[in-house]
Design a protein around this ligand. Structure first.
Ligand SMILES: CC(C)(COP(=O)(O)OP(=O)(O)OC[C@H]1O[C@@H](n2cnc3c(N)ncnc32)[C@H](O)[C@@H]1OP(=O)(O)O)[C@@H](O)C(=O)NCCC(=O)NCCS
Length: 182
C-alpha cells in the first residue's frame, strides 16, 4: 500500500491559536494527548515530535496555513501567494540554478511554483539555508540529495493567487488534502 502525506488547510486562521489547533490535531491523529514538552526543534529550528511518532511541518501565509503530516516520511511544506510586485527574474537568478532560471524567465507564477517547491524541499531536509539553494534543481519531481531520494509534489489547493508544494522521502507516497476551516 502507498504511504500517505496528509495535508490540512487552515483558512482565516488566528495565528495566536494556530499552534494549539495543530497540537490538538496531532493529538487526535495519535489518539493520545500531547503537550508542549513533546515538541523539540532541530539545530535549524525545524519542530518535531520527540518520539517521532508522526512527522509534520507547517507553513503559513496571509490568510492560510498548511500542515503536512506523515507516519512514514519526514515532510516539508510551503504555501506562498503569487507576488507581482517583485522582480521574479532577478530573484530567480539569485536563488535558483541555471535550468530553473530558464524555466522561470520573468514569470511571477512560475517563480512562485518553483519557490514553494524549493522551500518544501529545504523544509523537508530541515537544514534551512545552509544547504546552498542554487545547487539543487527542484524542477523534476524526484531529487537525489546526499544518498537520499526525495519527491516534491505541487499541491492543488484550488486557491486563486496561491501556490503550494510538499516534499517527503522516497517516491512512493501520495497526498490527501483536508480542509480545517476557520
Ligand atoms: C523556516 C524557513 C525554513 C521557512 O520560512 P518561511 O517560508 O518564511 O515560513 P513558513 O510559514 O513556510 O514556515 C514556517 C514554519 O516552518 C517551521 N520551521 C522553522 N524552521 C524550519 C526548518 N529549518 N526546517 C523546516 N521547517 C522549519 C516552523 O514550524 C515555522 O512555523 P512556526 O514558527 O509557526 O512554528 C526559513 O527559515 C528559511 O530558511 N527559508 C528559506 C528562505 C529562502 O531563501 N528560500 C529560497 C527559496 S528559493
Amino acid at each position: 500500500m502507498k504511504s500517505e502525506i496528509e495535508i490540512f488547510l487552515f483558512q482565516e486562521f488566528d495565528k495566536k491559536n494556530l499552534h494549539q489547533r495543530i497540537q490538538s490535531l496531532l493529538s487526535h491523529l495519535l489518539q493520545r494527548s500531547i503537550s508542549d514538552g513533546d515538541f523539540l526543534k532541530n539545530s535549524h529550528g525545524k519542530p518535531f515530535l520527540k518520539d517521532h511518532s508522526l512527522y509534520f511541518n507547517i507553513s503559513h501565509t496571509k490568510n492560510y496555513a498548511l500542515l503536512a503530516v506523515s507516519k512514514d516520511t519526514p515532510v516539508g511544506i510551503d504555501i506562498e501567494s503569487i507576488r507581482t510586485d517583485i522582480d521574479s527574474a532577478k530573484l530567480s537568478q539569485r536563488f535558483f540554478c541555471d535550468t530553473e532560471n530558464v524555466w522561470v524567465g520573468d514569470n511571477h507564477e512560475k517563480f512562485c511554483v518553483l519557490w514553494t517547491r524549493k522551500e518544501a524541499f529545504i523544509k523537508a531536509v530541515g537544514r534551512g539555508l545552509s544547504m546552498g539553494l542554487n545547487n539543487i534543481d527542484v524542477l523534476e519531481p524526484i531529487v537525489f540529495y546526499e544518498n537520499q531520494k526525495w519527491k516534491i509534489d505541487n499541491i492543488d489547493l484550488k486557491l486563486d493567487g496561491y501556490r503550494a508544494a510538499v516534499c517527503g522521502v522516497g517516491g512512493d507516497w501520495c497526498i490527501r488534502i483536508n480542509s480545517v476551516g476557520a
